[in-house]
Design a protein around this ligand. Sequence first.
Ligand SMILES: [Ca+2]
Ligand SMILES: [Ca+2]
Length: 98
Amino acid sequence: MKNTHLIIGVMILIMAVAGCAKDNRYHKSALPDPASFKAHFGDMDLDGDDLVNWEEFKSYFPQATPDIFKALDGNEDSQVDHDEWHEFKEAHGMRDHD
Ligand SMILES: [Ca+2]
Ligand SMILES: [Ca+2]
């Protein structure tokens, strides 16, 4: 009986953690006016290292705030890579058409 309760408790915990992770993804998408951040990755990446850092992002989008950059930077390495950028665009239904 005790074991069953433990298993159910662990399952609820896992579901709660998974639910939070999912919520975080939605939070990341809830950016102010995401449509104004439409750009090609290569256009933002000024030094061509396939990563967009805060300076590059800020110079491309002067209206950007660190919060927005943090929201884009999914793995928190202070760089936005291709995957993170496309994840952001897909989250808002913005796809490259060219
Ligand atoms: Ca770069
Ligand atoms: Ca990153």
